[in-house]
Design a protein around this ligand. Structure first.
Ligand code: ZN
Length: 491
């Protein structure tokens, strides 16, 4: 079979995926900074990397999927000055920073569950890996690529660049960065401790009032934002692992700095392949607090925003995201979401229809294997989910033709058709039949009530059994007692 090809942001080339240690595959994806509820912009990454995770599982790999939780070190302006995002929120709400981190981690997990995203194998927290970060910083200092200044430690970008390419991943040229920094005459806290304005913090000295701080060889302080990912990916996946993922907004400075730190520590690039997904825009505009166009995930699912004409289900959002290639832009609009809702409905209805089809004994001239081949080809071509979905829609047309007897299928091909359709829709794209899960819940609940009523009747508690029946009638649910037990119908 054809190999999986992925676009490597580091080399700017499509490359063959070759696991370092097959059948094991190590993936590290930058996770959330947990100081607020996830919003629409946070949904794309988990959906995209879930397809990668699921597809590699399907191909028989054993995936160790690591996604970190940033609960310390990410400062408000993404640089080396300003408040810590989690600590600032904790002060505002008069809570422990770990209460904030836990609350918003739970909120993030709820979104992942709603989007039917497979759980990570390991979810390391930055605050739980301070020792590993300190050890890595010490090695970088010993190797001559970092220096201490007034209780903080900075990465020496100029020194590193003499023997390594700083800026290769993000396509930034160091001379331009230096020129840009020179024009910026900010005299912010800590900036004057740096040998060069492009140096970034590995460790920051904490002032007394700073609520999250730890002892270190350089005094009390806290880690910089970038070092956590280098230290935790090394701990759980090794010095070089298979795939590092994240959003394009993390290319610089976060991922550029991660590469520099890992090379400065281990003389090895951390990941063989770097994958970056593009961002979601709203009506052509970037999502930003200042534009007031961010929508929290829970508001999105409830239709609770002036930007939404109605509520959209988690699977509609997932399908909408998968209809675009992950490296392309994705513009949110009600029109596009309504179209996605219809598309998803067609896909799910066809699956139900598929169960009702009876194969014939006549040999058929359908070539189901070619559908299978094209589905694999689409994903092997840098996870091209829009082409996969287009192929699935061709299968929907076939299913509808089989259902209306316009075409016929023999049982061997029918088994293959069912198998491919199920694998790609549910196992690999990770879509779920939402109406189905609701009706399963209803069936379960109704059976529970019917059993309780049955018990009540045996105990001659007719008051309770009548109450159950009558209250259900007011809810529009009718119970029917028959020879083979009790059934229900919805009015
Ligand atoms: Zn990261």
């Amino acid at each position: 079979m054809q190999v999986l090809k992925l676009y490597n942001t580091y080399t700017k080339k499509i490359v063959d995926f070759q696991a370092i240690n097959p059948p094991l595959v190590g993936i590290y994806v930058c996770g959330p900074t947990v100081y607020g509820h996830p919003h629409l912009g946070h949904a794309r990454g988990p959906i995209v990397f879930d397809v990668l995770h699921r597809y590699l599982n399907h191909l028989g790999y054993k995936v160790r999927f690591v996604r970190n939780v940033t609960d310390v070190g990410h400062l408000v302006n993404d640089g080396d000055d300003g408040d810590d995002k989690v600590a600032k929120k904790a002060k505002l709400e008069q809570l422990e920073p770990m209460e904030i981190a836990q609350f918003y981690t739970d909120s993030y997990h709820l979104m992942l569950q709603q989007l039917n995203v497979l759980p990570a194998s390991i979810e390391p927290r930055a605050s739980g890996h301070i020792i590993e970060q300190i050890e890595m910083i010490q090695t970088i200092i010993e190797n001559g690529f970092a220096y201490e200044a007034n209780g903080s430690v900075y990465f020496d970008v100029i020194k590193y660049s003499k023997t390594n390419e700083y800026g290769k991943l993000s396509g930034r040229i160091l001379d331009d960065l230096i020129a840009g920094a020179g024009n910026d005459s900010r005299e912010l806290e800590g900036q004057n401790e740096k040998r060069n304005a492009n140096d970034f913090a590995l460790w920051k000295k904490a002032s007394q009032e700073h609520i999250m701080q730890w002892s270190s060889p350089w005094g009390k302080g806290f880690p910089g934002w970038h070092i956590e990912c280098s230290a935790m990916s090394k701990k759980y996946l090794g010095s070089t692992f298979d795939i590092h993922g994240g959003g394009m907004d993390l290319l610089f400075p976060h991922h550029e700095s991660e590469i520099a730190q890992s090379v400065a520590c281990s003389h090895q690039s951390p990941a063989n392949i770097w994958m970056h997904h593009n961002m979601i825009t709203i009506n052509g505009q970037k999502m930003a607090k200042s534009l007031n166009n961010g929508i929290s995930m829970q508001d999105f699912f409830k239709g609770n925003s002036p930007l939404l004409e109605k509520a959209y289900s988690p699977m509609t959002l997932k399908f909408f995201v998968l209809q675009a290639h992950y490296r392309g832009t994705l513009d949110f609009s009600n029109q596009a979401l309504i179209a996605a809702e219809k598309g998803l409905h067609r896909l799910m209805t066809a699956y139900t229809t598929l169960q009702t089809i009876k194969p014939t004994e006549n040999s058929s001239d359908l070539n189901i294997e070619s559908f299978q081949k094209r589905c694999f080809e689409a994903l092997n071509e840098d996870l091209n989910t829009p082409i996969l979905i287009a192929t699935l829609f061709e299968m929907v047309t076939l299913i509808n033709n089989l259902s209306s007897d316009t075409q016929s299928i023999n049982s061997k091909e029918f088994d293959l058709l069912k198998n491919i359709y199920h694998s790609f829709v549910f196992d690999i794209l990770g879509l779920a039949n939402e109406s189905n899960s609701n009706s399963q819940h209803l069936d379960g609940l109704m059976q529970l009530l019917i059993d309780i009523r049955h018990e009540a009747k045996i105990k001659k508690d007719y008051a309770l059994s009548d109450e159950i029946r009558n209250k259900l009638i007011t809810l529009g649910i009718q119970l029917k007692d028959g020879k083979d037990g009790t059934t229900f119908s919805l009015n």
